[in-house]
Design a protein around this ligand. Structure first.
Ligand SMILES: [Zn+2]
Length: 155
C-alpha cells in the first residue's frame, strides 16, 4: 500500500470549542444553523457533512492570517455539539472529494497555484502541488462558494 505524502490538518479542537462557546454566549458573528441538505454543511472539525437536522455554528475564520496580501477570513461551519476531530489524516476525507479547489501557498502565505479537482484525483493534485519546493501548504476550498475546508501539509 502506497504511503501518503501528505497530512490533512482539520480545524483545531481549540478553535471549534471557542466557536461553540462564542455561539452559546450570543456572539453576533457566530450563528447556529440547522443543516437542511445532506451535502451542504461540511464540519471543518470532523470533516464530514452534517446530517439534515444537525445543528452547526457558522462563524468567520481567518484561514490566511491578517497582514498578508492574500489574507482571508471567511465563513465556516462546525458541529454545535462536540464531534471527533478528523483522525485519518493520511487519507483525503471521503465527504470532500467533490466540488473542491486546491490552492497552494508559499511560506509568506502568497497563493502560488490553484487547481479544481474532480472526485477521482484530489491525491494526485495535492502531491503535484506539494512537489513544488516553494509550496508551504495547500488549502482545500469549496469550488462554488469559496469557503475554506481544510489545510494539507507534507507528511
Ligand atoms: Zn463535526
Amino acid at each position: 500500500m502506497k504511503t501518503s505524502t501528505f497530512r490533512i490538518v482539520p480545524l483545531s479542537t481549540e478553535v471549534a470549542e471557542a466557536a461553540r462557546r462564542a455561539a452559546a454566549s450570543g456572539t453576533l458573528d457566530h450563528t447556529v444553523v440547522v443543516a437542511d441538505s445532506p451535502q451542504g454543511y461540511p464540519c471543518r472539525h470532523c470533516l464530514r457533512f452534517a446530517k439534515p437536522g444537525e445543528r452547526l455554528i457558522l462563524f468567520p475564520y481567518a484561514s490566511i492570517p491578517a497582514g498578508h496580501p492574500y489574507s482571508e477570513t471567511g465563513p465556516i461551519f462546525v458541529h454545535e455539539q462536540p464531534c471527533e476531530r478528523y483522525a485519518t489524516t493520511d487519507q483525503f476525507p471521503l465527504d470532500l472529494r467533490r466540488g473542491r479547489v486546491i490552492r497552494a501557498y508559499n511560506s509568506n502565505y502568497d497563493m502560488i497555484d490553484a487547481e479544481v479537482v474532480n472526485a477521482s484525483e484530489p491525491e494526485a493534485v495535492i502531491e503535484k502541488l506539494l512537489e513544488k519546493p516553494e509550496t508551504a501548504f495547500v488549502d482545500v476550498r469549496s469550488v462554488t462558494r469559496g469557503c475554506y475546508t481544510c489545510r494539507i501539509q507534507r507528511q
